[in-house]
Design a protein. Structure first.
Length: 247
């Protein structure tokens, strides 16, 4: 099965939930989040995926929602949080946000960034830490994306995203393999290729590389369903609150 992020926001709303595991073995957490994906389908989630950080301690849950089912995002978010009670002993919810897709590219001419279990994903997030213009940041991220995509050997597709509930933009890339991502990182002068577009902003920048460990439609769910809903603890005043990517 394949998951995808469309290159525009006409039909789907995009959400990411970021978790920091608090257990050594994360297999049970991943299985619990698979059940969460199944429960989210009843609320209008048409596809979902789990991305596990390769070098850091982070798991991202990706969900795509039909716009009609996602009109009241505050109510939907509250419901989703209440469904996560059974993993509160296994992970801390670090961040959750809805995004709009506003641009993208694909090597095969498609209209979405498609990925499957086992694929390599890289994701960068730029969050404004001052009162700069969000539109300017979106255009800057798009310019970086456009200038770099054709030269990124091993990338199959990529998409630009704007956060709905805070001033932040993200770039999401699907790679043929981890070695291609490493090769690009080691051979590219990020300072000269990225900073000219972003130096006028006051930013918090995050970057991480993930492996896709589940997409909706995959088999094998091995843990009990969710218990009655309660709110998931979000880590209170933790300094990690609000960070989607690893430092």
């Amino acid at each position: 099965m394949a998951c995808f992020i469309p290159f525009n926001n006409r039909n789907l709303d995009i959400s990411f939930f970021a978790f920091r595991p608090t257990v050594v073995l994360v297999g049970d957490l991943i299985e619990a989040l698979k059940h969460f994906s199944l429960c989210a389908e009843s609320l209008g989630c048409v596809q979902s995926s789990l991305l596990q950080s390769i070098h850091g301690n982070m798991i991202l849950w990706y969900g795509a929602w039909l716009k009609k089912s996602c009109e009241n995002k505050e109510s939907l978010t509250a419901t989703l949080l209440s469904m996560l009670t059974s993993i509160s002993s296994m992970a801390i919810l670090v961040e959750h946000s809805f995004f709009d897709s506003y641009a993208g590219e694909s090597r095969n001419g498609g209209s979405a960034a498609k990925f499957c279990t086992g694929d390599t994903i890289s994701m960068s997030v730029a969050s404004l830490s001052a009162n700069n213009d969000m539109n300017d940041l979106s255009y800057a991220c798009l310019a970086i994306f456009k200038s770099g995509f054709l030269n990124m050997e091993g990338v199959t597709s990529g998409v630009c995203l704007k956060c709905k509930n805070k001033p932040a933009a993200a770039c999401f890339f699907v790679w043929k393999g981890l070695q291609f991502c490493y090769s690009w990182l080691l051979s590219t002068d990020q300072r000269s290729s990225v900073l000219p577009y972003l130096e006028r902003f006051s930013l918090d920048l995050k970057y991480d590389i993930f492996r896709v460990v589940y997409v909706s439609g995959d088999n094998a769910l091995n843990v009990p369903p969710f218990s009655p809903p309660q709110m998931l603890e979000q880590g209170g005043g933790s300094k990690e609150q609000g960070q989607v990517m690893q430092n």
